[in-house]
Design a protein around this ligand. Sequence first.
Ligand code: SF4
Ligand code: SF4
Length: 301
Amino acid sequence: MILAVASGKGGTGKTTVSVNLARVFGPDVRLLDCDVEEPNDHLFLKGTPCGEETVTIPVPQVDESLCDGCGECGRFCEYHAIVSFGATALVFPEMCHGCGGCAKVCPRKAIRERGQRIGVVETMESGNVTLIQGRLDVGVAMSPPLIRAVKARLRKGASAILDAPPGTSCPVIATLRGTDFVVLVTEPTPFGLHDLKLAVEMIRELRIPFGVVINRVGIGDDRVHVFCGNENIPILLEIPDDRRIAEVYSRGEIIVEALPEYLAHFERLREAVLERTSTDLHDPARIATRVATPNAPTVQR
Ligand code: SF4
Ligand code: SF4
């Protein structure tokens, strides 16, 4: 079962839900931190680092002695990362997504590929949790290939929780594709409701079952509750606006360990998710939307 934890905006408690849910999820769970621009699950899961792998994407290199400037590569590339210029073609590596298409369409076989580093995948063991996190190199803007490299560590048949980047853009979609269920974390505020609506729209488009966790209940108003009620969206857990939770978070600790009275809350969340996925996983429409991970980048161990 592959579960994702997402939110329409940052700062809603997505990390809190991810690490606490992972801790209560079972004897052997993988937590994949796909927020590769700013991974922070490791701040809460103390453990032993046990591996780092470099991730590269294939970027084209043009052999000027073979290229005649026909422009086929530039017409193919939807990211404008290669353009023909006079009698040859120029590559803009920082815009390249490493799809390999330009090399395939080049009629003169003038394009070779070289591996360009975009970041690393780090692994850490922490009790029942194997944490796998992507860390994008400074100055690299291409997070989806690194997210796919992190997701390539999913094990067939084993449980995994994916901590998605915030928002509703390409990196989030790259994270959510192929998951069985999404937990959307929000706050009961006008901003929280606005971003929740965007996230709901995106997940419905992806046809993934989902439910909502409302964090910091007690602040704001009841419009998130009303919206979920009107839209038939299950509220899986409500976390109160408890000052002690903020203190635990600021010390880099996990709620279920520092405040044991919350253990039952996260166990209930786990049960609610498992209950829903056990039925949804047998839905033929869901099975049809499960997709393989495309364009897996290269990993050097
Ligand atoms: S498709 Fe090949 S030959 Fe044509 S411009 Fe691009 S690199 Fe040169
Ligand atoms: S590999 Fe793909 S993204 Fe990169 S330049 Fe070629 S066609 Fe464009």
